[in-house]
Write a protein of this length. Structure first.
Length: 287
């Protein structure tokens, strides 16, 4: 078998074009353009690239992006004060704090300080909790982007055995909740899991989100499985690779995501969709 590609780059571009139409329609109707505040603390090279990509995507969709480039030594108090001001500003609809934050800042406290209606990353416990009780509002971007990619391959996920490798707050856990809501039987594997290979071998749907290059060996993949690789790892020679050994996995899977060009662009597209959702909610609340 040679797997078909789940082309996140193509789907994300289509979704962003569609968002641009919706934003243009809003503006035509005299409504405000969506505005997203993007806060970057420090100058981590990977974060700077991610933030630049997000800003370019905003431009393509007609979403106004407000950049806050703060120095590495910014105090937690200054950051919390900025978020508090943005929470109160009705002209700002979404707030994103790029992670990781410098170690002197408590990320949990910072993320919880963002108003849940402006939490376009979908990281706030309120939004994760809503997903847990099947009442999603702002959905975490990467897991929701994965669900949209899976829809290209599957009309219905009910009854499928989904295995998520990685149990992070921002990807693995909400990913499991998304798959559960879609009717999958979900197994979440993590650093204490015994016999990862045996779990992976039972997956109709495999989501790898551990951030460890080559952790999932191609021979473990069930024949005909759908494989989504969330990992983006930079090798010593500068190349990017996922958590799944791609070449062998692609011989066994029916569908697979490339790295790069799979999940990454979908995360950005979902961020923009959440920003449009946030402005629509603000319209409804503020009149
Ligand atoms: N750092 C890496 N990925 C993400 C993301 O999706 N959102 C934020 N805020 N930070 C990140």
């Amino acid at each position: 078998m040679s797997a078909l590609m789940l082309d996140g780059k193509k789907l994300a571009a289509e979704l962003i074009d569609n968002l641009a139409l919706q934003v243009a329609k809003r503006v035509q109707q005299g409504k405000s353009s969506p505005a997203l505040a993007v806060i970057l603390v420090g100058s981590d090279p990977a974060s700077s690239i991610y933030v630049r990509n997000k800003r370019h995507a905003c431009e393509r969709a007609g979403i106004h992006s407000l950049m806050y480039d703060l120095s590495e030594v910014t105090t937690q108090e200054v950051l919390l004060a900025l978020i508090s001001e943005l929470n109160r500003n009705n002209a700002v609809h979404g707030i994103l704090v790029q992670l990781p934050l410098p170690s002197h800042i408590d990320s949990t406290l910072v993320l919880e300080s963002i108003h849940p209606h402006k939490d376009v990353d979908g990281f706030h416990p309120y939004n994760i909790g809503r997903l847990a009780v099947r009442l999603p509002d702002m959905r975490s971007c990467t897991p929701y982007g994965v669900m949209r990619l899976l829809a290209l391959a599957h009309d219905d996920l009910k009854g499928k055995h989904a295995v998520v490798v990685g149990a992070s707050n921002h990807v693995g856990r909400p990913m499991g909740l998304e798959l559960l809501m879609a009717g999958c039987t979900v197994t979440t594997c993590h650093r204490f899991t015994v016999d990862l290979a045996a779990h992976v071998a039972r997956a109709d749907i495999l989501i790898a989100a551990a951030g460890k290059p080559g952790l999932v060996r191609g021979e473990w993949i069930k024949l005909g499985a759908t494989v989504v690789d969330v990992g983006i790892n930079r090798l010593e020679d500068g190349r990017l690779c996922g958590d799944v050994a791609f070449d062998v996995a692609a011989e066994r899977a029916a569908w697979i995501t490339p790295v790069p060009g799979g999940v990454g662009p979908m995360t950005v597209a979902m961020l923009l969709e959440n920003t449009l959702r946030a402005v629509s909610k603000a319209d409804a609340l503020l009149g």
